[in-house]
Each structure stands twice: as structure tokens, then as C-alpha cells.
Design a protein around this ligand. Structure first.
Ligand SMILES: C=CC1=C(C)c2cc3[nH]c(cc4nc(cc5[nH]c(cc1n2)c(C)c5CCC(=O)O)C(CCC(=O)O)=C4C)c(C)c3C=C
Ligand SMILES: [Fe+2]
Ligand SMILES: [Fe+2]
Length: 342
């Protein structure tokens, strides 16, 4: 509402609420060539994601990657697509997380919980403007990445800043820091792993904690991601009182031809049966929600790799998703970061 002398109304009317914006990576709108291409183009054009020379990358991306990858990735998404809602599981789960966290925090104050995607829909900028429009003059942005990486966490802040640049009246902003080592996070992971093991009629010889990979050069340049993953694994191991050999860290989803952080999940899973591991459980503590990388690459792809190489039993622990433990953890992290605001 505009501030006019005639009515005496102030622009501040209807403000005073607090917004929470949960942000995950993003996802294509459909699995066919063009929607896949649009999504991959936005994602892979981000200089934080691919830190190659811009001109060289433009030719590789537009000449090669966006010709081949949309169809290949589309097949992967097809295997895990949520046909009921006609959307990717990451979108379904992120929406459910925001809705449940909203219910959980309903009694805490004048809060509005919304969600957006860094790439694709719903766009972060649109949701941020919608929260402001709904009266939120303070907004807490929650990048849903437990471990920090410039390729993920930092890109959320970049996008938020871009959106803020378009607002005349900006809200005050806060960001939830990386939560990989938070007690509630480790407890939720340990709880979901233990509960999952209880559902199996076999015992794993080894458990692999698998994280999305990152080029080695990003870590060499100062990205704390590798250390955050290692610390998550160490804390989880300590919580479960497991020896190092029983809970090992690996990195999945390698993209491109450069060296990525190791050990590679693919190589480890292929080698394990030869080393006497015939019963394998995998947990993905770097993903707050199940997505193509956990459901297709690991639960389908690596299960095949394991069996082809002589493995017998293979199972993946679902990501924390919208489980009660996950919602309680997210709500607790939000309450902590809203201190002084509520
Ligand atoms: C959880 C942390 C993630 C990091 C770190 C990360 C780095 C990273 N990713 C790519 C390339 C791709 N990632 C893709 C999918 C994808 N990545 C993450 C998370 C991280 N990525 C998630 C949650 C997803 C799934 C999205 C979904 O819709 O389900 C894809 C698209 C799928 C595919 O074609 O394989 C690409 C491409 C790079 C290059 C990178 C680090 C520099
Ligand atoms: Fe990725
Ligand atoms: Fe992948």
C-alpha cells in the first residue's frame, strides 16, 4: 500500500511478518529434450558450477553437452519421475518439507514458510518477492545443503542478491549456515540409518556414506566442501560407534573429465565384492532430499554395478526428506537462526 498524505496510510501497513525461504538445487519441468535442456543450460551456465574459461565453456556447453546430455539425463529422470504429480521427486519432497516445517513453526510467531529452487521453478527471486509482498520484512533463507560448497550454497546467496537488487523496499536478510555438524543433523542421520538397518533381513559388511562430488580444483581453491563431508562422516561414525572400515566416505555424480574428489563411489562399489564385501548399504548424507542422484544413480545404478561385480545384497537409506526427524531438525535450525527475530 502506498504512503499517501490523503489517506494517512503508511507503506509499512501489513508488514512485520517473518519469511523463511527453503531453497534446494532445482530440477527440470519434464524429462523430454527441451525442458531438460533448459534446466541443464541454466544450471551449467552458472560460473560457480563450472569454473572453466567462459568462452571455452560456452562452446563446449552449447556445442556438445546440451546436444547429448538432455536426452541422457532425461532417461535417468524418467526412471524416478513422480508420475502422480508429474514432477521430479526433489520438487515433491522440497514442497512437503516446507509445508511440514510451516506447520511445525505455526505457533512460533508471524512466520511464513515458502520454498524455491535455485535453478528452474519456482524461482528464488519470485518467492522472495512473494514473501515481501505478503508482509515479510525479515527473511531467513535456508539453502538446503548440509555441507557448504561454492557450487551450491554460495549460488543461493548469489541468486538472492540478484533478486534483492530488483526490490525497492528490501527485507532484512539472514542465511542458515551449513548444518553438517549440528547434533540434530547427525542424530537424524544416525536414526534413519539404524531404522533402515532394522528393516533389512541381512547385515551389511560395510556402509558407504556417499556425497555428491566436486572438482578437486575447487577444494584446492579453498572450498570447504570436502572437509565438511569428512566431518559429517566422522561424526556419524562416532555416533554409531562404528570403526572406520565399516562406514566409509565416497563421492558420486562425477561430471566432466577433470579429477574430482575421491574415492569415487563407482570405483569403490565395483571393487568391494572383490574385497569380500557382499552386503552393502549406502547412505547419502549430503542430500537433504532424494533426487535423481540418489534414486537413479545410486539406488538403481550403483545397485547394478554392485551386483554385476559379484555383490549380493544392496540397499540405500532414504534421504532425511520429510521424515519427522528431518522436520524437527529443520525447525530447530530455523528457530536457532531466528533468535532475536522471534
Ligand atoms: C548436494 C550437493 C551438490 C553439489 C556439491 C553439486 C555439485 C555439482 N553438480 C554438478 C552437475 C550436476 N548435478 C546434477 C544434479 C544434482 N546435483 C545436486 C547436488 C549437488 N551438486 C542435486 C541435488 C541434483 C539433483 C537434481 C534433481 O533434479 O534431482 C545434474 C543434473 C542431473 C544430471 O544431468 O546428471 C548435473 C549436470 C556439477 C558440475 C557440480 C560441481 C561443480
Ligand atoms: Fe550436482
Ligand atoms: Fe548425475
Amino acid at each position: 500500500m502506498l504512503n499517501t498524505a490523503e489517506t494517512g496510510e503508511t507503506a509499512a501497513k501489513g508488514q512485520g511478518r517473518i519469511g523463511v525461504l527453503i531453497v534446494n538445487l532445482g530440477t527440470p519441468e519434464a524429462t523430454s529434450y527441451w525442458p531438460m535442456r533448459r534446466y541443464l543450460k541454466e544450471f551449467l551456465s552458472d560460473p560457480r558450477v563450472v569454473e572453466t574459461n567462459r568462452l571455452l565453456w560456452w562452446f563446449i556447453l552449447n556445442g556438445v553437452i546440451l546436444t547429448i546430455r538432455p536426452t541422457r539425463s532425461g532417461h535417468a529422470y524418467d526412471k524416478i519421475w513422480n508420475r502422480e504429480r508429474d514432477e521430479s521427486p526433489l520438487k515433491t519432497i522440497t514442497r512437503a518439507q516446507a509445508e511440514k516445517v510451516g506447520h511445525e513453526l505455526a505457533g512460533d510467531g508471524p512466520l511464513l514458510v515458502d520454498w524455491g529452487m535455485r535453478y528452474g521453478l519456482p524461482p528464488v527471486g519470485e518467492r522472495l518477492a512473494a514473501l515481501k509482498e505478503a508482509g515479510c520484512d525479515r527473511i531467513l533463507v535456508f539453502p538446503l545443503y548440509p555441507q557448504y560448497s561454492a557450487a551450491t550454497t554460495a549460488t543461493v546467496a548469489d541468486k538472492v542478491s540478484e533478486a534483492m537488487a530488483k526490490l525497492r523496499w528490501q527485507p532484512a536478510l539472514r542465511f542458515v549456515p551449513p548444518y553438517y555438524s549440528e547434533g540434530a543433523h547427525i542424530d537424524a542421520l544416525a536414526h534413519s540409518l539404524t531404522r533402515h538397518l532394522d528393516t533389512l533381513d541381512w547385515t551389511p559388511d560395510t556402509i558407504l556414506a556417499s556425497y555428491h562430488g566436486l572438482p578437486e580444483s575447487y577444494v584446492a581453491a579453498g572450498d570447504p566442501y570436502y572437509d565438511h563431508c569428512r566431518e559429517t562422516t566422522r561424526l556419524l561414525r562416532a555416533k554409531l560407534e562404528l570403526p572406520e572400515a565399516k562406514l566409509r566416505m565416497v563421492f558420486q555424480s562425477r561430471f566432466g573429465k577433470t579429477e574430482w574428489i575421491k574415492p569415487y563411489a563407482q570405483d569403490t562399489v565395483a571393487a568391494l565384492p572383490g574385497q569380500g564385501v557382499h552386503n552393502l548399504v549406502m547412505i547419502m548424507p549430503g542430500f537433504a532430499a532424494d533426487c535423481v542422484e540418489t534414486l537413479e544413480e545410486v539406488a538403481i545404478g550403483l545397485a547394478e554395478t554392485f551386483r554385476e561385480n559379484g555383490g549380493e545384497n544392496f540397499s540405500t537409506v532414504p534421504c532425511l526428506n520429510e521424515s519427522d526427524a528431518s522436520i524437527a531438525m529443520l525447525a530447530a535450525l530455523i528457530r536457532k537462526e531466528l533468535s532475536g527475530w522471534i
